[in-house]
Design a protein around this ligand. Sequence first.
Ligand code: CMC
Length: 428
Amino acid sequence: MSDNKVILNYDGNAYEYPIVDSTIGDRGIDISKLRDQTGLITLDLGYKNTGATISEITYLDGDNGELYYRGYPIEQIAEKSNFTEVMYLLLNGSLPTTEQFAGFEKGIKKYNFVADEMKRLIDVFPRSAHPMGVLSSLTSALTAFNPKAVDVNSKEDMDHAAEMLIAKFSHLCAWTYRKKMGLPINHGDDSLNYVENFYKMCFRRPNQEFHLDSTVVNALEKLLILHADHEQNCSTSTVRMVGSAHTGLFASVSAGISALWGPLHGGANQAVIEMLEMIENDGGDVAKYVEKAKNKEDNFRLMGFGHRVYKNFDPRATIIKKAADDILNSLGIEDKALDIARQLERVALEDDYFVSRKLYPNVDFYSGIIYRALGIPTEMFTVMFALGRLPGWISQWKEMRLHNDPIGRPRQVYQGSAKRDYVDISAR
Ligand code: CMC
């Protein structure tokens, strides 16, 4: 290897592959000519070493536990910014001026309602339906009410599509909550900001006057900011993959919601609380569950532990752990699950199994404790994650289309049967 290329010696020949530079972090080997030149493809299950794209949105350093949105460290953003500003930042690449911020908010409020027919769709789901299934279906259905395809070459069209989806998606998330709780469905209130509006659509009771609780609103702002983007994770890669076929924005995001639902990804926040409740109901023996997680004969994993990229600590988890303490204190809530989580973290972090594999609490380990304190039911946790991740999905979809990334189409190493002749059923 020299500074800017890698040389591959294979079958008596030497092939050169250029290195693609980065601003910071991983550089890539451009192997686009590999198959044509050598007849070989790369095999990388789970894409552990594969760069799927070149991006300018989010940077994360897994060894040092750093996460930047458009260059700004997550700690600064979580402390000083708000979710609407973060959405603007991710979508546009820079922090907004006062005028730009006002214009963006106004653009979102223009779409602060959802067609009434959508209510009939939500009515047909049983109350027992998982909110993520409902959310994914409703997001897909939105296409029917907004049939115009996004003209990706028009900045105005792109901006409107993003603002429309951002506005309407908060309704769909709130509606899945109302459905779960058996409450009538609310429309938005333009006098409120984005997070306050979402909060009101969720929590306003038909029989009571509504009051905004600033502790809850601030907690939601922080949680949504922390989930806003995380570069090429499973759901974002799904959005980009689906969108690479020039599928519309809403349908691409709907696919991302399905990917996020899985317990190894966003669904982990629900799985963590269920695990903590299980440990509590089983007498609170934390060590027993740490042993189970280490046992290779047992499928049990410590949910909320481990991360594909973070191998030291997840900076989002550090912020959320502190926020969980603060929020429970200021709401005057004592939650046994928080004690169990703390014990679990302590025991696991002293255990060689977790230390040697670099398994640390991730963003989902403490987030559910906060959602629970805010009165959000367990099955809704991943919907909250989806609401936070939406600007990331849209920004990544937009970038993929503007960079004109080719359709995603991996290859495979085939190990099935070689060519053979069809045998008639009577002769098998
Ligand atoms: N509990 C017990 N063992 C674990 C865990 C865990 N949570 N996570 C990984 N391991 C072990 C795994 O068994 C393997 O051991 P060995 O080397 O002996 O075979 C080793 O650690 C490496 O694991 P891996 O599955 O190869 O790692 P990965 O990078 O493919 O998976 C992960 C990352 C997040 C899917 C995984 O750590 C996991 O399943 N964690 C629990 C689910 C979770 O919390 N997911 C949320 C991730 S953060 C938010 C998000 O992405 O949405």
